[in-house]
Design a protein around this ligand. Structure first.
Ligand SMILES: [Zn+2]
Ligand SMILES: [Zn+2]
Length: 169
């Protein structure tokens, strides 16, 4: 994802491109979450005096393990991108506006790879539930309690009850 400034004409440059999950390389942040689809970029580059603005979207499907039942969950992810690039010889702008990111570019080329990778990585969920009331796994037998109710809990409660009954008041 490297562009030459001359590619951005007066009317701007609109791009739709896709990268496979492998493009993220080793930077993929966690073991529980991966990208389960191509990563699609729809971005517009426009040039103002000395600066390049990048606006658009990143779409992909993240696949993450439910933190209770460990089932894989697909999460459709749509990210907004708003980036302003200044030449590297200029001082980096203070981040005054939370909605816009600021980066620099060197010479006449713009390399968006690192920035885009970072955006994708930051958006990957690290803790997710397959559903709000996921019952998780039984800590005794390990069965998925969403699928079936095992006997363990009732047995456990019975034994607790038995302990209570032994206490003489
Ligand atoms: Zn779950
Ligand atoms: Zn069980």
């Amino acid at each position: 994802m490297i562009f030459n400034l001359s590619e951005i004409k007066d009317g701007g440059l609109s791009l739709s491109l896709a990268r496979s999950p492998g493009w993220l390389g080793d930077s993929a942040r966690s073991e529980i979450t991966s990208v389960g689809s191509d990563i699609e970029f729809h971005i517009d580059l426009t040039r103002t005096i000395g600066e390049v603005s990048v606006q658009g979207r990143i779409d992909f499907t993240a696949v993450s393990r439910c933190s209770r039942c460990l089932n894989d969950v697909s999460v459709d992810t749509n990210l907004e991108v708003k980036l302003l690039l200044s030449p590297s010889d200029k001082e980096k702008k203070e981040e005054s506006n939370d909605d816009i990111d600021y980066e620099t570019y060197r010479g006449k080329t713009i390399d968006l790879n690192d920035y885009m990778r970072q955006q994708v990585n930051l958006s990957l969920p690290y803790k997710i539930l397959c559903m709000n009331d996921c019952k998780g796994l039984c800590c005794e037998c390990g069965c998925n309690l969403n699928a079936r109710q095992c006997e363990c809990e009732t047995l456990l409660e019975d034994s607790r009850f038995a302990v209570l009954k032994d206490i003489k008041i």
